[in-house]
Design a protein around this ligand. Structure first.
Ligand code: ATR
Length: 279
């Protein structure tokens, strides 16, 4: 019998996950289907109960349900619990267990540019949900510094204070980050500033960015944000958000099937889907 996988979100129409994951299931000859479900917050508990009742193999959770879903699950792993957000649920012998593959996906996608986070000086721009997943994941990797720049500094301070992993961190404003930029080996832009349609916005200018640094923007639409272009023109190595998206999906697929999939195939599919609507 066909096995069901799903993604729950509100909205969900623009999710690229069904295309990416259905292609993998057919590529690996698995009799499975991955369906998007538009679920409003008030129906989330019923949706989870329904999926469990029909024996779902697993599912993804996206905005705005990543935190709200936690009480409806049977268990949650340590990293997801610390982050306070779940993006992947696995049906483990009838128990729905929550994981977070967003941060680990970002880290794995970065390996070719930054093989080891240990001893790196890292700046994260933004302190929202995505920043939180990345901060907690990188904090476990022993960076020399893991700072956060955010418009609302208090939010960056709270994030740092809530992290159970020991790491040297400070919070700063965008103006302070602009001045200090030359100190960092790795800078990660996690806000939605620069995302389509407001493609000409960026949180900070990069005049002080080091040429040898690595600059990541987790946005993938457009494929190259204005800030990523500036980083590239300044001589930094750059990475857009496609890898984080692809690797979070690859890690979810691995949790469900035991197979770590062909990420190049996934990346090509995402690029195909983004074709024509990248700005
Ligand atoms: P996500 O889950 O996608 O990270 P989020 O939790 O709403 O989304 O977080 C959005 C991030 O983008 C925050 O860091 C937010 O800054 P604040 O904490 O000050 O709100 C940042 N952000 C969004 N719009 C912004 C803007 N116009 N200027 C500066 N920062 C912005």
């Amino acid at each position: 019998m066909k096995k069901l996988f799903a993604v729950l979100g509100d909205p969900i129409g623009h999710s690229m996950s069904p295309f990416m994951l259905n292609d993998l299931f057919s590529f690996y000859n698995m009799d499975s289907v991955y369906l998007p479900f538009h679920v409003k917050g008030e129906n989330l508990h019923d949706a989870v109960k329904g999926l469990k009742a029909v024996g779902v193999g697993g599912f993804n959770v996206t905005v705005p349900h990543k935190s709200n879903i936690i009480p409806f699950l049977d268990g949650i792993d340590e990293l997801a619990a610390n982050i306070g957000a779940v993006n992947t649920v696995v049906n483990e012998n009838g128990q729905l267990i929550g994981y977070n593959t967003d941060g680990p996906g970002f880290l794995k996608g970065l390996t070719s540019l930054v093989p080891k986070i240990a001893d790196q000086k890292v700046l994260i721009i933004g302190a929202g949900g995505a920043a939180r997943a990345i901060y907690f994941t990188l904090a476990k990797e022993n960076p020399r510094k893991l700072d956060i720049a955010n418009r609302t500094i208090e939010r960056a301070v709270s994030l740092i204070n809530e992290c159970p992993y020991s790491v040297s961190s400070s919070a700063c404003s965008f103006d302070e980050a602009y001045e200090l930029l030359g100190e960092y080996d790795l800078v990660i832009q996690t806000t939605m500033i620069g995302m389509s349609p407001k493609i000409y916005e960026q949180p900070i200018a990069l005049n002080n960015l080091r040429k040898q640094s690595v600059f990541c923007d987790i946005i993938y639409n457009p494929i190259e944000t204005q800030i990523l272009k500036e980083a590239r023109l300044n001589g930094a190595s750059i990475q857009n958000g496609i890898d984080m998206f692809v690797y979070q999906g690859a890690l979810a697929f691995e949790k469900w099937t035991g197979i770590f999939p062909d990420v190049n195939r996934m990346r090509d599919n995402v690029l195909k889907q983004l074709g024509g609507k990248t700005c």
